[in-house]
Design a binder for this molecule. Structure first.
Ligand SMILES: [Zn+2]
Length: 326
């Protein structure tokens, strides 16, 4: 089915009719020919007013698992049984998406410069207008990401677990791993939080690909949030796996260059002292071995053998054994 889209300059939620799905192109900035750069926008309104749930994907231009998650959700969504509104942006960072890259075309990471600036660089203005014109309408935000180029991720959530609402939103994702993480400056999640909009980051697998299972998991998480917010009457599905809660996480880096092999699998629990990676020189001799600095679980890992000094090995989650967050 072809969805007809309409060109707009701002979101006017009052003009969106009840029980409808709508597809827009919002004129956010202009390119060097003076032509519009359009932000794709999907708005579903239910049978009565209620919460406004924001869904964003591809703030990093090559992270498209979230894009298909949103597309499939909208395909299935039954507006007759929905209370409230869903505003979804299947691709946030259009200039980066067009170049199949993470960063905005001026070299900035859009998820480090939020909420942008009214008068600033290309990416700063883009971020500013995105926050003003789009994010300001949300009551809740689920921001969908993936690993970055050369790395792979489990299905994991970054959320402030000290706040009951964001903790609940995280638990509802039925993820492999939840990591407690107070939002850092410049992220979309941090900006939304400062605006009083509870927000979590959902890491839906790997960059620049569609992963069916991950996309399914992402959809279940969104449906669960909709149920929790009483936007639907569906039952919450959260018992499919044993989610591991981590009180913190960090990357382990190399201090030498060469060809990198990382041993543990995603979601594998490792012990302090386990061999986690080796580096070979170009002739195949092992020149360096790396061991786990403490017990933990593998959240993400490097997939790319070419490794310079300071390259990433794996993203280690430190399990919340004292039950502070779980
Ligand atoms: Zn990302």
């Amino acid at each position: 089915m072809i969805h007809h889209s309409q060109i707009i300059k701002d979101i006017d939620l009052d003009s969106v009719s009840l029980r409808s799905k709508n597809y827009f192109y919002l004129h956010l900035v202009s390119n060097a020919l003076g032509l519009p750069v359009y932000l794709p926008l999907m708005i579903a309104k239910g049978n009565k007013e209620g919460p406004v749930l924001g869904l964003t994907a591809a703030v990093h231009g090559d992270e498209v698992n979230g894009t298909q998650t949103i597309q499939r959700l909208f395909e299935e969504l039954e507006v007759d049984d929905l209370k409230g509104t869903i505003i979804a942006i299947p691709i946030v960072n259009i200039p980066a998406y067009e170049e199949v890259q993470r960063k905005y075309t001026d070299g900035e990471d859009l998820n480090r410069i939020m909420p942008g600036k009214e008068n600033g660089s290309e990416s700063a203005v883009y971020a500013h207008r995105f926050v003003q014109k789009i994010v300001s309408h949300f009551n809740y935000l689920l921001d969908l990401h993936t690993a970055s180029d050369g790395r792979i991720n489990s299905y994991y959530i970054r959320a402030n677990l000290k706040k009951p609402i964001t903790r609940r939103l995280a638990e509802l994702q039925d993820a492999d791993i939840i990591v407690h993480n107070t939002p850092s400056d410049g992220t979309l999640r941090g900006t939304a939080s400062e605006m009083g909009i509870p927000a979590i980051t959902i890491e839906v697998g790997n960059p620049n690909t569609f992963q069916k299972k991950m996309i399914k998991s992402g959809m279940v998480g969104i449906y669960n949030v909709m149920s929790h917010l009483e936007m639907t009457r569906d039952t919450i599905e959260t018992d499919n796996r044993d989610t591991v809660v981590c009180s913190k996480s960090y990357w382990i880096y190399t201090d030498a260059g060469g060809l990198l092999t990382v041993y543990p699998e995603l979601t594998q629990k490792i012990k302090k002292g386990d061999l986690i990676a080796i580096i070979r020189d170009v002739f195949g001799n092992i020149i360096k071995e790396y061991y786990a600095p403490e017990d933990g679980i593998v959240i993400g890992k490097s997939k790319s053998p070419a490794n310079k000094t300071g390259g990433r090995i794996l993203h280690l989650g430190i399990i919340d054994r004292n039950g502070i967050f779980s």
